[in-house]
Design a binder for this molecule. Structure first.
Ligand code: NDP
Length: 278
């Protein structure tokens, strides 16, 4: 018996990166999955990876949609219920540090950037969750939100609105966890650190620059103490843990950091104290 047999999951932002790895893992573990994103070709790549893992076509619902729109959210939900008859797991993963239309950073970023960033990373999560709750209530389901270590106590001055949205997601996770556990629905979140995905490209980096960024960061102990770049699979495995009541039933409203140690680091780590002391 596979871990998610008989379970139905929606994974937003599954046309790339962490969402794609999660969709493949869940489907391989027996779940019927709704995969979704705006780019049809990338979404088809996810579907092909799921089929290549030996999963039946019947277990995949592929929806090209913009999750920030009412119509997109409704289609994601209605096609899931239409095809699979219920919903057990919602993974609110779609997100991005949307680049400013005039390539500005920091406080110079436009208010339109603020609207777009909050719309994707916060409003769409709240809207889709509200729509999903009646269905998750029937199945005593699970919600896993994807936040970021950018939401924490450190400043992210270059992309201020993204981290604001993720900080709000953390509080939304706690609020909804307590509100919804009375209906049997568990809500938790994950805060990834640096993970090699399409994230860099989506924030405006050329493909090569993005690859170089990830590989360089992994070599700097003051950035990633683990010394390796996070991979989508690293996060997918933890999403599966939190979405599986057999492994995490007593965890409620938790923000689980998965970052190779990045968020524990202070500026002091750019120094080699062993050398300074002798
Ligand atoms: P990717 O860019 O690889 O994937 C992002 C996914 O979100 C894509 O499938 C994209 O699909 C989807 N998406 C973006 N905008 C929309 C939209 N308007 N409507 C529907 N889907 C949308 O990045 P990651 O896999 O890294 O990102 C996944 C999550 O992890 C995000 O919430 C991100 O904030 C978070 N995260 C990532 C980190 C990292 O270092 N990679 C670090 C911390 C957090 P499409 O383009 O087809 O619409």
């Amino acid at each position: 018996m596979t871990r998610f047999a008989e379970k139905v999951a929606i994974i937003t932002g599954s046309s790339n990166g962490i969402g794609r790895a999660t969709a493949v893992l869940f489907a391989r573990e027996g779940a019927k999955v709704t995969i979704t994103g705006r780019h049809a070709e990338r979404l088809e790549e996810t579907r092909q990876q799921i089929l290549a893992a030996g999963v039946s076509e019947q277990n995949v619902n592929s929806v090209v949609a913009d999750v920030t729109t009412d119509a997109g959210q409704d289609e994601i939900l209605s096609t899931t219920l239409g095809k699979f008859g219920k919903l057990d797991i919602l993974v609110n993963n779609a997100g991005a540090a949307i680049p400013d239309s005039q390539s500005k950073t920091g406080t110079a970023q436009s208010i339109e950037s603020y609207d777009a960033t909050l719309n994707l990373n916060l409003r769409s999560v709240i809207a889709l969750t509200k729509k999903a709750v009646p269905h998750l209530s029937s199945t005593k389901g699970e919600i896993v939100n994807i936040s970021s270590i950018a939401s924490g106590l450190h400043a992210t001055p270059d992309f201020p609105y993204y981290s604001i949205a993720k900080a709000a997601i953390d509080q939304y996770t706690r609020n909804t966890a307590i509100d919804l556990i009375q209906h049997g629905i568990r809500v938790n979140s994950i805060s990834p650190g640096l993970v090699a995905t399409g994230f860099g490209s989506a924030m405006g980096m050329p493909e090569e620059t993005s690859k170089k960024f990830y590989s360089t960061m992994a070599t700097m102990k003051e950035c990633v103490p683990a010394g390796v770049m996070g991979q989508p699979q690293d996060i997918a495995e933890v999403i599966a843990f939190l979405a599986d009541r057999k492994t995490s039933s007593y965890i409620i409203g938790h923000q689980l950091v998965v970052d190779g140690g990045s968020s524990l680091i202070m500026g002091l780590h750019c120094q080699d104290f062993a050398k300074l002391l002798h």
